[in-house]
Design a protein around this ligand. Structure first.
Ligand code: ZN
Length: 165
C-alpha cells in the first residue's frame, strides 16, 4: 500500500511537473497573486477568474522545482468550481496532509501530495502555490512568501494594474 502510494506520488509529480495543467497567463483574470519560496527559488504568479464567490478558472505561470510546479498544476485542476470557503478549507487540510502525510478525510487526487511529508525540506515547495491561490481568491492581491518577505515595489505596481474587477 505504502509502496503503491510512493509510486503514484512520484509518477504524478513527474507527470504534472513535465506537463503542468493550466500553465498560462490568464488575460481575463479578476484576481492574481505572486508566491515565492526564496529557500528553493520557486516563484509563481497565479491567476483566478472569480464569479462572485466561485472560482471559475485558475491558472499559473512561473518557475520552480518539480514539486512546486506539480503542486500548482494539481491544485489549479482541483479548485475550479469551488467557493472561497472551499478553497480555505482545502488549504488547511492540504497543509496538514503535506506536513503529516495524513488526512482526516478523503481528498481524492490531492491525497498524493501527502507523499511530500517524507521530504520536510520540500513541504514549503508543495504549499507555496496554495498560499498564492488563497491570496488571489481572497482578493488580497499581494505577494506571499513562505519566508514572510514583503512585496517588492514592482510587484505592488503589477498588482495595481490588475485591480480592475
Ligand atoms: Zn521548490
Amino acid at each position: 500500500m505504502f509502496d503503491d502510494l510512493n509510486d503514484l506520488y512520484q509518477e504524478l509529480i513527474l507527470d504534472h511537473s513535465k506537463s503542468p495543467r493550466n500553465f498560462r497567463v490568464m488575460a481575463n483574470a479578476t484576481a492574481t497573486a505572486q508566491g515565492t519560496n526564496p529557500l528553493c527559488g520557486d516563484n509563481y504568479r497565479v491567476f483566478a477568474l472569480m464569479d462572485g464567490d466561485v472560482v471559475k478558472d485558475l491558472s499559473f505561470q512561473g518557475s520552480g522545482c518539480a514539486i512546486s510546479k506539480a503542486s500548482a498544476s494539481i491544485l489549479t485542476d482541483s479548485l475550479k468550481g469551488k467557493t472561497r470557503a472551499d478553497v480555505k478549507a482545502l488549504f488547511d487540510k492540504v497543509q496538514d496532509l503535506v506536513m503529516t502525510g495524513k488526512s482526516s478525510e478523503n481528498l481524492g487526487k490531492l491525497a498524493v501530495l501527502g507523499g511530500v511529508h517524507k521530504f520536510p525540506a520540500r513541504v514549503k515547495c508543495a504549499i507555496l502555490p496554495w498560499h498564492a491561490v488563497l491570496a488571489a481568491v481572497e482578493g488580497k492581491g499581494e505577494t506571499v512568501s513562505t519566508e514572510s518577505v514583503g512585496p517588492s515595489p514592482e510587484e505592488s505596481l503589477a498588482e495595481k494594474a490588475h485591480e480592475k474587477i
